[in-house]
Design a protein around this ligand. Sequence first.
Ligand SMILES: [Zn+2]
Length: 426
Amino acid sequence: MKNRRGMEYNAGMANLTRSSAHRRSRGIGYRRRRPVWLIGLLIALLALGVIWTAVRAISGSGDGLGTVQDQVQQGTAGSASGGGAASGGAGGTGGVGGAGGTGGPEGSGDAEGDAFLTAEQVRALLEAEDAAPLDENGCPVTEGQREDRDETPLLGGAELTMLTNQSTGQMMSFLLKTSGGSLIVIDGGRWEDGDHLFEQIREQGGHVSAWLLSHTHTDHVGALLKLLQSQAEGTDMGITVDRFYYNFAPLEWYMVHETGDLGTAGSILSQLDALPQEQKQTVERGDVITVDDVTVTVMNDRYEPDADTVGERDGNDASIAYRMEVNGLSILFLGDLQTIGGDLLLEQAGAEALKSDIVQMAHHGQHGVSEEVYQAIDPDICLWPTPDWLWANEDGSYETTQTQEWMKALEVKRHYCIKDGDQVIR
Ligand SMILES: [Zn+2]
């Protein structure tokens, strides 16, 4: 257990060789069964790298090879420097290329040259892990509880933060920093969660390239409401946003289908309404949003019940699902989809397109989409925007326990939960 990381990694290698996925086993086989002559070659390359660095330092000039090295370094330093999107993005690609293949740039002797894993290598790493262990209550042990958690970067220099609740209420707020340093926000949480999110955005330069919204409920758009209202009142929040992405119904719809949270729907609609046209985009299924090397695909149409049907929580089922590709890994954000909206998503996208490496648990991990939808997604990593009381199903009235059972059956490897504070996945 103490040495879980090392042991499991080795076990993973074995698994991989057995795996029928040829591409994966080939990728990992390169790293595992490194023959003697290859080690010799690597040492020779290392020596060449040292000599070359010395020659460069003396001559102070760069040529073709120098350019390759610069690219790779830019890639590894890109997230730290937070430089311009275009150059950072290109550098990131260079870094990933170096990681995946030749081993040449890795051999430059640069301590910072820790290359990122490719998506195939990340999947191999996760495949090698045991399903998350269980605690004494039968709940999966979350990453925040584990002292032996594996911190190997998965996202190729990008960083996904799932922010924790600042009130007791459930909420959902994500901040993704691309490997090029650009920011994407998903939802943002409640009004009370705003300052915590704004602080993190300002720490990263204060500029958001894309702000994606799932639906109009206060535990998702409250923080944004605070930002937009403050700015409308003339307060400088130190935050700029290129564009908001959403698909909300007109107010009349919420007057019928969302009387429980009508006030928030009305407020966010009017705040967005007041923004200039170029700062907002109504999304539709199939739309693709690109920020640096990250792509976001809109996965579903907004649920529209029959005119005479009012469901239990139509506002939740009207959530827009976004699927993000980061470093070749897929992250599916389900918002607060429940069974009707989830089934519609499955029907529209198809099971194959839903398969994802990482999933945000629908509706805070309980009373969300059906088990069938999760089976199609078949995630390795679950992100739970779920406060402690809900995670533990404290008063027994929630369905968190059932969802946890489903995830056990799917042998999910890692669970990140906001009950443990802000969760950062690199
Ligand atoms: Zn919610």
